[in-house]
Design a protein around this ligand. Structure first.
Ligand code: FES
Ligand SMILES: [Fe+2]
Length: 444
């Protein structure tokens, strides 16, 4: 057979360009299209344990802020620089109610209104005319969420069904990655990297079964999209769905899944938000879930889950020496090295990037809908006690005489994904039964 025709090599000189990043999807500061979009949703900004008696400087969506808990226990999130003459409120005195700027004693409530303007008279017009920038904070299961959008558009705080898994413990974590948020987020709709980065380039980093080649498809969900990964593992077929909850949340199944026993609609090990610090840094904040159902071999390690740390490899810079990270790179190395902001115009996307392309398209559509004045879509509990989501693992025994073909695996994936999507108005227990029955019908 003839070698395929290739372009001429040694073309470095001709490949130096000045292409720019895709600002519409990557710039997040105030007034940017993507920044406006992300500001319409509750975003986690810290773990509760990061907030002791002193105020904490946080940077979110390119804004410098100060997070504190007043002495009556209420969390507050104010613009960092005092409305008087700009001293940072990180040096403020936390009060019974709100915080007092160290410099001239202006006293702010958690909503930014002035309770007393230092030495000005108590009835000073300053108290009526000046307000410090402030955002509402909602504390929920050891995470502090903030809403940075226009007050009149503040949505109800969403609780997701994965948070209601029975007999499941959870622990918060927060991990900083020095690159644009989209690189971290779109990684979750790039399932082919699990095979290359996490099983071949670096040896097996997660469950061995996740290193088996899979059939991948993508589907929209009411919350965004999901990928459907279907593999043959020994005598079983394993269908994993991984969902992206727009604009920037993601759920992922059991880290060490080996698909060695039948199961249906087994839920997720992680719920996390990729929150932009600014255009070139991201803080992934969320919960790691623990239960024997998700981790039958006891490979999880909750003691490693917390501030800048999680219990699987390759997520931070500090956890390993540079040489080891070069020899066995993980998500951190891959994502950060795509440049501070990946430049889409320089990419040569392939068929395996269909999920990334789809996620970018979805985000761009929503960003433009918002800019055009359309109503923003918020997660909807549909009358249930939590918002239904779509991440799960289903494993069933393959009964065919021969190995499943790629077409068989695709059909299995579609069957399970259809049952997952079609059962989202059911109570979680009935939903599990619904998915199990669909998988069993398919297998029979
Ligand atoms: S700068 Fe804050 S009170 Fe003067
Ligand atoms: Fe990964």
């Amino acid at each position: 057979m003839n070698e395929p025709l290739r372009p001429e090599g040694f073309q470095g000189y001709h490949r130096v360009g000045n292409a720019r990043e895709d600002a519409e999807l990557t710039h997040v500061g105030p007034g940017t299209p993507c920044g406006e979009y992300l500001r319409r949703y509750w975003q986690p900004v810290a773990m509760s344990e990061e907030l002791a008696d002193l105020p904490v400087v946080v940077r979110v969506l390119g804004e410098d802020l100060v997070l504190f808990r007043d002495r009556s226990g209420r969390p507050g999130l104010l613009h960092r620089h005092c409305a008087h003459r700009g001293a940072s409120l990180e040096y403020g005195i936390v009060a019974e109610r709100g915080i007092i700027c160290c410099y001239h004693g202006w006293h702010y409530d958690i909503d930014g209104t002035i309770l007393r303007a230092g030495s000005e008279p108590a009835d000073s017009p300053i108290c009526r005319n000046v307000v410090q920038g402030a955002y509402p904070v909602h504390e929920h299961d050891d995470l502090l969420f903030a809403y940075l959008g226009p007050p009149e558009d503040r949505p109800p705080f969403p609780v997701f069904d994965s948070e209601r898994m029975p007999d499941t413990a959870r622990k918060p974590f927060a991990i900083t990655t020095p690159c644009n948020w989209l690189q971290v987020y779109e990684n979750t709709q790039d399932p082919i990297h699990v095979l290359h980065l996490h099983a071949r380039s670096s040896g097996v980093q997660f469950g061995a079964a996740s290193g088996i080649d899979q059939v991948i498809e993508y589907q929209d969900t009411p919350l965004g999209m999901m990928n459907v990964q279907t593999r043959q593992v020994g005598e079983h077929v394993w269908v994993r769905t991984v969902d992206s909850i727009l604009p920037n949340a993601n759920q992922t199944g059991a880290i060490w899944e080996e698909a060695e026993a039948p199961k249906a609609f087994r839920r997720c090990a992680i719920l996390r938000w990729m929150v932009p610090v600014d255009d070139t840094a991201t803080r992934t904040i969320g919960w790691r879930f623990f239960s024997p159902r998700l981790d039958p071999r006891g490979q999880d390690d909750p003691t490693l889950v917390g501030r800048e740390s999680i219990d699987f490899v390759g997520q931070t810079e500090d956890e390993r020496p540079y040489e080891e990270r070069q020899r066995q790179p993980g998500d951190y190395e891959a994502q950060v090295s795509q440049r501070p902001i990946a430049i889409h115009a320089l990419e040569h996307r392939a068929s395996s990037d269909a999920g990334v392309a789809r996620l970018r398209r979805l985000l761009r559509r929503r960003i433009r809908e918002l800019a055009a004045g359309e109503r923003i879509r918020q997660p909807d509990a549909c009358g249930l006690d939590a918002v239904p989501t779509y991440c799960q693992d289903t494993v069933f025994r393959w009964r065919g005489a021969d190995r499943p073909t790629a077409e068989d695996l695709r059909a299995a994936g579609r069957c399970v994904a259809g049952a997952v999507l079609g059962s989202d108005r059911l109570h979680p227990q009935r939903r599990e039964a619904h998915v199990r029955e669909a998988a069993e019908r398919f297998a029979a």
